[in-house]
Design a protein around this ligand. Structure first.
Ligand SMILES: [Zn+2]
Length: 273
């Protein structure tokens, strides 16, 4: 059972990687455009030297153009990411249902697959989660913070004996913009895994002989899962108990069948604790 779970997890990660690659490429394209504008502005800041104050910065046409362009680009990027994530929900639910059925069959049961209505209900719930994430606006906020925040901080910190070095400033802002990609990647992975886990959980809860589920962390992963997940590994929950995972968590559920001991032996729990 544990081995099947590891295979399911691997397939889940591969499906996520394909979508993540497209999002990472688009991110790089936007970053190039933004950085080209940013390079012009940082050169102007460097030339203006002592005259470059935050007020001066806000008045620059280059600054306005940069900020407008970046807001539009990251807003659209957020919409694209949300569409990608939403598109992935249905697939994650299908795979989750298939994998849960496989685990139950492996346990010797003859599970009755969840109906379309139950699946549609899960899909509605996932879409609600996605709206709450508000990716487009949150990405614009991150972009504004990285670009405008970085520029203003640099202008304020500028001293006569240490002028602004354009390449260094662009590099710093580029690092700040990296948080956008980190957020998108994390959201994409979390949403895909959550959709998958939600349907697995629903299928387990709907199967009479399932008395609970066992938390299965990816123990052999490097870097290792967080300490909380390692400690959770092997713990048994009621069949209808929700999976209280954190963002980016890759842990999955193993069914615990009536009259059969949990798949993950107790000794692991002793090691973890
Ligand atoms: Zn975890």
């Amino acid at each position: 059972m544990e081995q099947r779970i590891a295979e399911h997890r691997k397939a889940l990660a591969q499906r996520e990687d394909a979508a993540a690659l497209a999002l990472a490429q688009e991110f790089a394209t936007i970053a190039d455009t933004v950085e080209a504008e940013l390079a012009k502005l940082t050169a102007a800041i460097s030339t203006a030297s002592d005259a470059a104050t935050p007020t001066w910065l806000y008045r620059q046409a280059l600054y306005k153009k940069l900020m407008l362009g970046a807001r539009a680009a990251y807003l659209e990027y957020g919409r694209q990411a949300a569409r990608t994530i939403e598109g992935g929900y249905a697939a994650a639910l299908d795979y989750g249902l298939r994998d849960a059925g496989e685990l139950l069959t492996l346990a010797g049961l003859d599970p009755k697959p969840l109906g379309k209505r139950a699946k549609d209900g899960l899909l509605v719930g996932m879409r609600r989660r996605l709206r709450k994430l508000a990716l487009p606006t949150s990405l614009v906020q991150l972009a504004t913070k990285a670009i405008s925040g970085g520029l203003i901080k640099a202008v304020k910190a500028r001293a006569a004996d240490s002028p602004i070095e354009p390449a260094g400033l662009v590099k710093k802002i580029r690092e700040g913009l990296g948080s956008i990609l980190v957020n998108v990647m994390r959201a994409q992975r979390t949403e895909s895994t959550t959709a998958y886990r939600s349907v697995v959980g629903a299928q387990l809860a709907a199967t009479a002989q399932v008395v609970g589920w066992q938390w299965a962390a990816e123990l052999d992963k490097r870097p290792a899962p967080c300490a909380v997940c390692v400690a959770m590994h092997g713990q048994v929950f009621a069949a209808d108990a929700p999976f209280g995972a954190h963002p980016g968590c890759r842990c999955l559920a193993i069914p615990v069948i009536e009259g059969v001991g949990p798949a993950i032996p107790a000794r692991r729990r002793c090691v973890a604790g």
